[in-house]
Design a protein around this ligand. Structure first.
Ligand code: UDP
Ligand code: MN
Length: 297
């Protein structure tokens, strides 16, 4: 009912005025052709955004999977998230694991809690990675919808090293993959076999999105994960698996369901790529791992 809407009105705030003739960034694309923002340092005012999201009392769920040996990453992940992720907002960590006894007890700030969700593991690491879509989908409809407003779904083999706040939130968002932000379509490692549900032809595609960082409202994340899981299931029935697993299906989803916001590589970096000039902040970086020692264990 229009007469029952709750008003979100800001208080008086002092800050520099946006300059119509002086864009804050001219070295990178900050808006897509479908008018979704691409979030780079310098393009937003976090005080204004925080004021808006605090008024709305936003609750954020952060999902990670720590299956088998990947439980070793949880401590650093959560400790650094306490320093940098959505500080001052309500946050639920959802840790999906098959080894609940290996999840450390970590003291959290007020308004934040950690929920351990016990789930099955799979033998192949590719399957572990792909099944995240099914589990996020199922818990979205059974649980997350009652507990949080937005979900942020990320890899666990990561650490926060600078602020990640409400500037990332939108109906449905993806993240530029640090290996491909400068690449052309031919360079994107999309699934190229027409038989696969993840197939993207050579003359299509906007960006190469990373499998390890997406999110949005619970409803939008449900739609995204449901699409990806069903596409993977169809391929499995046809003895197919896309070249980059869940990441390939995510890229297919975003091709025809354009994200409403895109996070720049500041939000997902790997120091193996060095530090280019455009990268003013490294907010969330890969923790180096020995693949043989940690995968399928
Ligand atoms: N994962 C896990 N246990 C495994 C393999 C993968 O929990 O044995 C989860 C974990 O959350 C990890 C994600 O799946 O971050 C994606 O796998 P990985 O990080 O190895 O992929 P990469 O980033 O190296 O492409
Ligand atoms: Mn990873």
């Amino acid at each position: 009912r229009l007469d029952q809407l709750t008003e979100v009105k800001l208080e008086r705030m002092l800050y520099p005025k946006p300059e119509t003739l002086k864009p804050p960034r001219t070295d990178v694309l900050t808006i897509t052709p479908w008018l979704a923002p691409i979030v780079w340092n310098g393009t937003y005012n976090i005080d204004v955004l925080n004021a808006q999201f605090h008024k709305r009392g936003v609750r954020v769920g952060l999902t990670i999977f720590a299956i088998k040996k990947y439980t070793v990453f949880v401590q650093t992940f959560v400790e650094t998230a306490e320093k940098f992720f959505m500080v001052g907002h309500k946050v639920n960590y959802y840790v999906f694991t098959d080894r609940p006894n290996d999840i450390p007890n970590i003291t959290l700030a007020e308004g934040r809690q950690l929920v351990v969700l016990i789930v099955p593991s799979y033998q192949r690491w590719q399957e572990v990675s792909m099944r995240r879509m099914e589990m996020i989908r199922d818990f979205s409809s059974q649980r997350f919808i009652n507990e949080v407003d937005y979900l942020v779904c990320v890899d666990v083999d990561m650490r926060f090293s600078d602020e990640v706040g409400v500037e990332i939130l939108s109906d449905v968002f993806g993240t530029l993959h640090p290996g491909f932000y400068g690449a052309g379509r031919q360079g994107f490692t999309y699934e190229r076999r027409p038989e696969s549900q993840a197939f993207i032809p050579g003359d299509e595609g906007d960006f190469y999105y990373a499998g390890g960082y997406f999110g949005g409202t619970i409803e939008e994340v449900y739609k995204l994960t449901n699409f990806c899981h069903n596409a993977m299931r169809t391929d499995r029935e046809n003895k197919l698996e896309a070249v980059w697993h869940d990441e390939s299906y995510l890229n297919k989803y975003f091709l025809y369901h354009k994200p409403t916001k895109i996070l720049s590589v500041e939000y997902l970096w790997d120091n193996g790529f060095g530090v280019p000039d455009i990268l003013k902040r490294r907010r969330f970086v890969a923790v180096p791992k020995n693949h043989n020692a940690i995968r399928n264990k």
